[in-house]
Design a binder for this molecule. Structure first.
Ligand code: ADP
Ligand code: MG
Ligand code: MG
Length: 883
């Protein structure tokens, strides 16, 4: 097995593709060397040795020793110096680095190969006693800490004492004598702590350091970091042994870090820091304040700072030239370590720069415009999951506000309003023009109208998959769930957190992205799709095959859908018309009517209301396909509950309260979600369907007459389990459509299709497709029925499931591809095999999830539909899926 890969002098055995073997650091050093960049030569010991070492009680593969000796001999020849030779010493660094980035988690030893003799040789060779002793004291300190496991504090403490004795403030003020004294004291610390003298044999030092670096793979902070970032434990670190170059060799020497562009703003400008006369670790260690590469306002405040640009213009120009080359070569923004030894510039590391979301977008757009990457590469650079923070309002960081309570960030965005505790209050006050925040212990379907009226929602109980969370996300309302420190008064007129009381009507602000609840009105900032995001999304649109539609419930949603670039509407819920508070009594009458004759009058009253709602919607959305779902929720959601409501109802119906109670008992359902809802309502009460379809077609005709253009109507039948059910409803739709066409003389293009949201419908899809024009997968209900769990109850155990790795992802957020996805696939295949023209999409929360979008693309769906705010996410995810 080949354990060692050399690099240097314009050549390398490794390359950038070999991260698994050489670690990112080793692979990129090889790459830079191979393309002729100034990299000090060295060799990398492959990651396999780390696995071997940990699997063999801390011993090395038998053939490694010879391989290292050979590589070291080559290094000596390259450098014209010899490891451990006082007459002409070679010093090396021994560096860690695996395939996954774990910044600062593992260890590195610099200046290795020194002892009391060699340090004198180094001083003679360079004519610089101070420099030689500076290297020596650094080396003993690092070696003691990394390899010999001595507490670093002992060295620091001793070092500080000596510094003080010599009147030095910073390391750079240390004299040669002070450095020598430190080295001597550090050797004594090693002796005292380990009981052994410091290892003077350079070979022993080298093998000690290789072992130390390999062991640092399993140091506590590295192990924790890996578990936090889902990095496997068995990939191991490589070890790079590299000739030292010295940034601490006097005034003409420098060490620093450079980013090829600004990783925080994305601006194309050199960005980074340096220290004169220092070594690499000093920049990050925070002991010194590094200086900027170019003059900036932030650094200007510190005072006499000198930017590298002014301090060493030639080096600066060279560095910028190298940055440019690296960026071109890698096609991405790089984070670079560099060192200047007496005016000569060396590169010691390069890696893709960590960046803010905004900077990442800017990089992608700019780099494509500069011709560095293709449009596809630019789109792939964006992680759709990172876009959340850009698509919703947020609490203005400049306000510096502190939350009084925290909960789970259940639905992103920020909002301010008055606290209310009752859904009806929420409606009343929002009517009066107030922004309200609804605060509930938990929510149920009965609260939906109040949630809708609110600008934000807080619950004291429930998790990220609770009813409140799911509904709020669907509505695009910011929401905090499980704010357990919030105690709601039994009278529902205030809540307390600690000793703070917030009364009904007091203003609060919530941040659903971070989970904080604030007193008063904290300024929020509106999301604005940045020019960069708009550009990337428009490129994504040119690439993607999957159409992206929006789900809407309100007029606001409809205009948001247009603004965020929907290709159409995948689902309009019609409940809103029914459950608006002013209409609730009409719907109650409808629900409690005993027969068609009794139902007609309420339907006659609902028709113009529903038509008006549709007309507004279709006006806004003309030119688009719009899928309208027929009435879906069980009507018993409107039934009276309180005595007052019974009184009211009895008056409106002209019936004694007792009679009302009897009728309520007759229609009240035990498990409404599995009960009398969806197309079951349409079949029991065809006149409701007739009314709805009439309202739709009349509205579409009116818009057509007004604008010469209308929507392509798609009528979606919910909760179907088989063909006969679907056909029953389809007949009604076709008949009413023809009637309206007769009356208005307007021909409206329409399709009739079904939601596939029950397992039986998915299995019988072939049959259903014979008469259906489209399928829309209602993945929320499909998930619920396939799993036999409801999202309202699931958070009680799903969190435990996730913590115990029983499930990986919340199936209500990311589509369960193995189970629910299998049904989607089956239904798609069966449907398409019977009906080539069948249009297929998914609606439901999953439509805005990037992984789900990828899956939908892969099985050939025509569209996904999601909440308007998530359209940019879905559009980018759809493009990435087709690249
Ligand atoms: P980390 O992963 O913690 O950054 P590195 O192996 O990159 O560890 O090294 C730590 C510091 O030492 C870096 O600043 C690096 O540039 C510097 N360094 C490493 N090897 C050498 C070398 N051969 N010559 C000069 N400086 C080096
Ligand atoms: Mg580094
Ligand atoms: Mg449904």
């Amino acid at each position: 097995e080949k354990w060692i890969y050399t690099f240097g002098e314009g050549a390398a055995e490794g390359s950038a593709g070999m991260e698994d073997l050489l670690g990112t650091k080793g692979a990129n050093l090889a790459e830079m060397s191979a393309i002729g960049l100034p990299v000090p030569p060295g060799f990398t010991i492959a990651t396999g040795v780390c696995g071997y070492y940990h699997g063999h009680d801390g011993s090395f593969p038998p053939d490694l020793e010879e391989a290292v000796a050979t590589a070291l001999a080559k290094l000596e020849a390259d450098r014209g110096a010899r490891f451990g030779d006082p007459a002409n010493p070679l010093l090396v660094s021994v560096r860690s680095g695996g395939a996954a980035s774990m910044p600062g988690m593992m260890d590195t030893v610099l200046n290795l190969g020194l002892n009391d003799d060699v340090v004198q040789g180094l001083a003679r060779k360079t004519g610089d006693q101070r420099f030689a002793c500076d290297c020596y004291r650094r080396f003993i300190h690092m070696y003691g800490e990394v390899v010999l496991d001595i507490d670093g504090f002992l060295f620091e403490e001793a070092g500080d004492e000596i510094k003080e004795d010599h009147g030095a403030v910073f390391d750079r003020d240390l004299s040669a004598e002070a450095c020598a004294e430190m080295a001597k004291r550090f050797r004594e610390i090693v002796k005292a702590e380990t009981g052994e003298p410091f290892p003077d044999d350079p070979q022993a030092q080298l093998w000690g350091a290789i072992g130390g670096v390999i062991r640092s793979w399993n140091n506590q902070r590295a192990v924790i970091y890996r578990s936090l970032h889902n990095i496997p434990d068995d990939i191991g670190t490589a070890v790079t042994v590299q000739a030292m170059v010295f940034g601490n060799r006097g005034a003409g020497s420098i060490t620093g870090v450079a980013f090829t562009r600004n990783p925080s703003t994305g601006e194309k400008a050199p960005y980074g820091e340096y220290l004169p006369n220092a070594q690499g670790e000093d920049v990050v260690a925070g002991l010194h304040t590094p200086l900027p590469l170019v003059e900036s306002a932030a650094h200007g405040e510190i005072g006499e700072a000198t930017a590298l640009e002014a301090h060493a213009p030639e080096v600066f120009d060279k560095l910028i030239g190298l940055c440019d080359r690296l960026e071109r070569h890698y096609g991405d923004v790089q984070d670079i370590e560099f060192t200047v030894e007496e005016g000569r510039l060396f590169l010691l590391q390069t890696r893709p720069a960590k960046r803010t979301v905004e900077a990442g977008l800017k990089f992608a757009v700019d780099m494509h415009r500069e011709g560095l990457i293709s449009r596809e590469q630019a789109v792939v650079r964006v992680n759709p999951d990172d876009l959340d923070s850009l698509l919703y309002p947020s609490v203005d960081p400049a306000a510096n506000a502190h939350p009084v309570a925290r909960g789970l960030p259940a639905s992103p965005g920020a909002a301010s309003g008055v606290a209310v505790f009752d859904p009806d209050d929420a409606i009343r006050r929002s009517r009066e023009g107030e922004d309200v925040i609804l605060i509930r212990k938990e929510t149920s379907p009965n609260d939906i109208h109040g949630m809708h009226a609110a600008v934000g929602i807080v619950t004291a109980r429930g998790g990220l998959t609770s009813h409140a969370a799911v509904v709020a996300r669907g509505m695009g309302r910011p929401c905090i769930c499980g704010a357990s420190s919030v105690r709601i008064a039994p009278e529902l007129d205030s809540f307390t957190v600690g000793d703070v009381t917030v009364k009904d009507g007091d203003e609060i602000t919530l941040d659903g992205t971070g989970g904080g609840i604030f007193l008063g009105r904290v300024p929020t900032v509106e999301p604005e799709l940045s020019e960069d995001l708009k550009t990337l999304v428009s490129w994504a649109d040119e690439i993607r095959h999957l159409a992206v539609r929006a789900n809407v419930e309100t007029m606001d949603d409809a205009s948001a859908a247009r603004r965020f670039g929907a290709d159409g509407i995948g689902l309009v819920a019609t409940e809103h018309t029914f459950f608006a508070p002013a209409r609730i009594m009409t719907v109650r009458e409808l629900t409690l009517a005993r027969n068609e004759r009794e139902r007609r009058p309420s339907l006659d009253r609902l028709l113009p209301l529903q038509r008006a709602d549709f007309t507004r919607l279709f006006r806004e959305l003309r030119g688009f396909p719009v899928a309208v779902r027929l009435l879906d929720p069980p009507l018993d959601e409107v039934l009276p509950e309180t005595d007052a409501e019974y009184e009211e109802t009895s008056e409106a119906l002209g019936l004694p309260v007792e009679a009302v109670r009897k009728r309520v008992a007759a229609v009240r359902q035990i498990v409404p979600v599995l009960g009398h809802r969806g197309c079951r309502l349409a079949i029991s009460y065809p006149e409701i369907t007739e009314m709805q379809v009439r309202a739709m077609f009349e509205a579409a005709s009116a818009v057509m007459q007004e604008f010469g253009e209308t929507v392509t109507l798609e009528i979606t039948v919910p909760l179907v389990v088989g063909k006969r059910e679907f056909d029953f409803v389809r007949v009604i739709v076709d008949r009413v459509a023809a009637e309206v066409e007769q009356e208005t003389g307007c021909t409206i293009a329409y399709r009739v299709g079904t939601l596939i949201e029950l397992p039986r419908a998915a299995l019988r899809a072939g049959e259903i497709a014979k008469t259906a024009d489209f399928f829309s997968f209602g993945t929320d209900d499909l998930t619920r029925t396939v799993f036999g769990m409801s999202r309202d109850d699931a958070d009680a155990f799903l969190t435990t499931y996730m913590n115990n790795s029983v499930v990986d992802l919340d199936p209500f957020v990311t589509l369960d591809i193995e189970g629910v996805g299998e049904l989607v696939r089956i239904a798609t295949e069966r449907g398409r095999s019977e009906n080539k023209e069948l249009l297929i999409g998914i609606c439901g929360e999953h439509g805005g999830d990037a992984k789900t979008v990828r899956f939908c693309h892969s099985i050939g769906l025509d569209y996904v539909s999601c909440a308007p705010n998530r359209l940019p996410v879905a559009r980018i995810a759809a493009a990435q899926a087709s690249i």
